[in-house]
Design a protein around this ligand. Structure first.
Ligand SMILES: Nc1ncnc2c1ncn2[C@@H]1O[C@H](COP(=O)(O)OP(=O)(O)OP(=O)(O)O)[C@@H](O)[C@H]1O
Ligand SMILES: [Mg+2]
Ligand SMILES: [Zn+2]
Length: 271
């Protein structure tokens, strides 16, 4: 029998030979080398195609994209992750849910949140310092990112800066901030940490409240919040106000956390 190459014109022969010599693609599709073979799926890098048209995203490209996103978030959040790693651990596993009932409930709520593709209902963790709120939020953020869900993690001070910068007279500053706020609008999941944190700048108060209210009204994401206050305190907090707290509670699983500061339980008191 005649081999395909023997009846092909000279130019196409090169392509066929080249195709055979290239290492196989991890995604299993054929490599695009300039010719269409009907019935064969070609990998174009981001897309898979055949002679009839686009077949979908390349699964290997998608995986690489996810890896890159996780890597860049690990870098951006290296500080808080390092502190957790040093002091009690990072992630869901090893989180001591037996400390009290609210620790178990908070772990359950954040696990459910992080298992959504994307999350379905929001979470509101309230409670004093050192109960693992940040740890649970970061654990969920990375679990979602690794599953390919468009997740964001933002803290109250970062939001404050973004709201301020978004109304800057320097167009470049304003545009960057608006771009970052847009990411929170178009994400599938947002983790907002340290809301209601101490802040003395009275002038920025109104701006923060208005900013977060507007953001929550525009955002398509499902949000998980950690608030450094009790629910009653949160409603009285000038940063948050009833309107903001009401939006945070909308359809959410609320976990009022209690107990002693975990950090203190690891300390040694010398008498
Ligand atoms: N139930 C727990 N099991 C294991 N480690 C815990 C638990 N709760 C807290 N920790 C550890 O205690 C430290 C403080 O936790 P984290 O920063 O998440 O607290 P937080 O509630 O966010 O506090 P703050 O309100 O001050 O921000 C972390 O190192 C965390 O890993
Ligand atoms: Mg915290
Ligand atoms: Zn491919």
């Amino acid at each position: 029998m005649e081999k395909a190459e023997d009846i092909l014109p000279e130019v196409l022969k090169n392509i066929v030979v080249q195709q055979r010599e290239l290492p196989p693609l991890e995604c299993g599709a054929a490599r695009w080398v300039g010719s269409w073979d009907p019935g064969v799926t070609f990998c174009m890098g981001a897309m898979h195609m055949n002679a009839a048209g686009v077949l979908g995203r390349c699964p290997e490209a998608r995986k690489a994209e996810i890896r890159a996103r996780v890597e860049s978030e690990r870098k951006r959040l290296a500080g808080p992750l390092a502190v957790l790693a040093l002091k009690g651990g990072v992630g869901f596993s090893g989180f001591d849910w037996s400390r009290n009932e609210s620790a178990a409930k908070a772990l359950g709520a954040m696990r459910r949140f992080s298992e959504g593709r994307p999350p379905i209902s929001g979470v509101l963790l309230t409670g004093p310092t050192g109960l693992g709120k940040t740890r649970l939020l970061l654990a969920s953020h990375f679990a979602l990112l690794e599953a390919g869900v468009n997740s964001e993690y933002v803290t109250s001070p970062a939001l404050r800066r973004l709201f301020r910068d978004a109304s800057s007279f320097t167009e470049e500053v304003a545009e960057t901030a608006r771009g970052q706020l847009d990411r929170l609008v178009y994400a599938s999941a947002v983790h907002a940490d340290d809301l209601g944190d101490v802040e003395d700048d009275q002038r920025a108060r109104g701006q923060f409240t208005e900013g977060i209210k507007d953001l929550l009204d525009r955002s398509r994401a499902v949000w998980a919040f950690a608030v450094n206050l009790s629910s009653e305190e949160a409603e009285r907090h000038p940063d948050l106000s009833g309107k903001v707290v009401s939006r945070m509670q909308y359809g959410a699983e609320i976990v009022p956390m209690e107990g002693s500061d975990y950090r203190l339980s690891t300390a040694t008191v010398l008498r």
